[in-house]
Write a protein that binds this ligand. Structure first.
Ligand code: PLP
Length: 451
């Protein structure tokens, strides 16, 4: 039995941790992280780790970036808080929105919140408001996907297609439906090509829209690449098959770019890389490099026109968060977008992604690995006891592998039995080498333990 340190005891007595088994935590104690620099973090015992998940997929520019810290400090000195309610505004919010629009020319207006969950909550409220504005009060259902991750607030958790986000929370709420997960390796029929699988999923989506009634379906929401559901890259031709179905039935297309946005997939946005044509886009995480809690929803001209006109008829657009568009968050966002361009982060990702993907795929034949996959600087090793079989106790082997890697100074995240990789995008070749160095040994040790 581990003896908890003073800090660990304070932790379990004071905190309820997100996504944690509270009973196990009492035995193991929390891993307390104290500082970060570049791609490394250091824990309370002074041990240094490569942070191979960029925190929670957010610190794309690494830790301790002086420019981001200065941007926050300067804004706090100048105007630490203001809001955008009732016609007030401030320049950091305006400037960041302009820069987002520059990156996504089909988007017309930007609305701010503090988190990805709130961004998707806003998305659904906007879809409903838009259809009320258009005189279609019945067109309100939202189609999401099994294993999609869109957050944890009541509606965003309902959109999320993972059982533990629903179980014991009385979710999902009504009006939210889930269509199939586009994971070719696990879900395709024997011998079905990626293109045929994509066509089948598009046909299934169409059947769902027809069964529900096209006049009742408002929007489809998808991450270009699923992240927290296990890094699932869509099969060839997926969005090319899905988009015409959405157009045919006048269904909005919401791209959840909370993980994929800002160069992660090797393009500025995942929807650009994967040929998704969204009517609106959710962004967070790398929007500020994780240095400030800020999210943004961008909407196209048609939605903006309808929503603005409707607010005129009703007298108000009755939605907004106290911290939405926080000046410090927006100033950090502007600085982050500056850095992405000035330091050519997209070019860097494009120059190292092949080596990163080659390394991920080099474990494909390990006896503990079912599938090795990824895109850009996102990767995953899905573990299995053999072929596509699942472990009897899901999540145990994945957790063991992640714990093995911690011993070797590498922090990665086990999503069930899938090991996810999402390093800071500033990572160098040498640091990549260091991150991958213990993987084989840790896989061997975990394989031996799992036998
Ligand atoms: N959408 C996606 C794609 C995410 O990955 C996440 C979080 O990981 C969210 C939404 C929810 O964001 P938050 O945790 O900031 O509410």
């Amino acid at each position: 039995m581990t003896v908890l340190t003073n800090m660990q005891t304070r932790d379990v007595e004071a905190l309820l941790h997100p996504y944690t088994n509270a009973v196990t935590l009492r035995q193991t104690g929390a891993h307390v992280i104290e500082s970060g620099e570049g791609v490394y973090v250091t824990d309370a015992d002074g041990k240094r780790y490569i942070e191979g998940m960029a925190g929670l997929w957010c610190c794309g520019l690494g830790f301790g970036d002086a420019e981001l810290v200065d941007a926050a400090k300067q804004q706090l000195d100048k105007l630490p808080y203001y809001h955008l309610f009732g016609g007030r505004s401030h320049e950091p919010a305006i400037e960041l929105a302009e820069r987002i629009k520059d990156l996504m020319p089909s988007m017309a207006r930007v609305f701010y919140q503090s988190s990805g969950s709130e961004a998707n909550e806003t998305q659904i409220k906007l879809a409903w408001y838009y259809n009320n504005a258009r005189g279609r009060p019945e067109k309100k259902k939202i189609i999401s996907r099994v294993r999609g991750y869109h957050g944890v607030s009541i509606v965003s958790a309902s959109l999320t297609g993972l059982p533990y986000n629903h179980k014991s929370f009385d979710l999902p709420v009504d009006r939210i439906h889930h269509t199939s997960n586009p994971h070719h390796w696990r879900e395709a029929h024997e011998g079905e090509s990626e293109r045929d699988f994509s066509a089948r999923l598009a046909a299934e989506l169409e059947e769902m829209i027809l069964a529900e009634g096209p006049d009742t379906v408002a929007a489809f929401i998808a991450e270009p690449v699923m992240g927290a559901g296990g890094v699932i890259v869509p099969p060839e031709g997926y969005f090319e098959a899905i988009m015409p179905v959405l157009h045919k039935y006048d269904v909005l297309c919401i791209a959840d770019e909370v993980i994929c946005g800002f160069a992660r997939t090797g393009e500025w946005f995942g929807h650009q890389k994967l040929n998704m044509q969204p009517t609106s886009v959710s962004m967070a995480k790398q929007l500020t490099g994780g240095y400030a809690p800020l999210s943004a929803v961008a909407i196209n001209q048609d939605m903006a026109d309808a929503i603005e006109a409707h607010s005129g008829e009703i007298g108000i657009f009755g939605h907004g968060f106290t911290y939405g568009g926080h000046p410090m968050g927006c100033a950090v966002g502007v600085a982050a977008l500056d850095i992405y361009k000035r330091r050519n982060i997209l070019g860097h990702v494009q120059s190292i992604e092949a080596g990163f993907q080659r390394r991920i795929r080099s474990y494909a034949d390990h006896p503990l690995v079912g599938e090795a996959r990824g895109i850009g600087l996102l990767g995953a090793l899905e573990l299995s006891p053999g072929g596509k079989a699942m472990f009897d106790q899901p999540g145990k082997v994945g957790a063991r592998l992640a714990a093995e890697l911690v011993k070797h100074g590498v922090i990665l995240r086990a999503i069930g039995d899938t090991l996810a990789f999402c390093p800071p995008m500033t990572i160098t070749e040498d640091e990549l080498e260091e991150m991958f160095a213990p993987i084989e040994t840790a896989l061997d040790a975990t394989h031996h333990w799992a036998k």
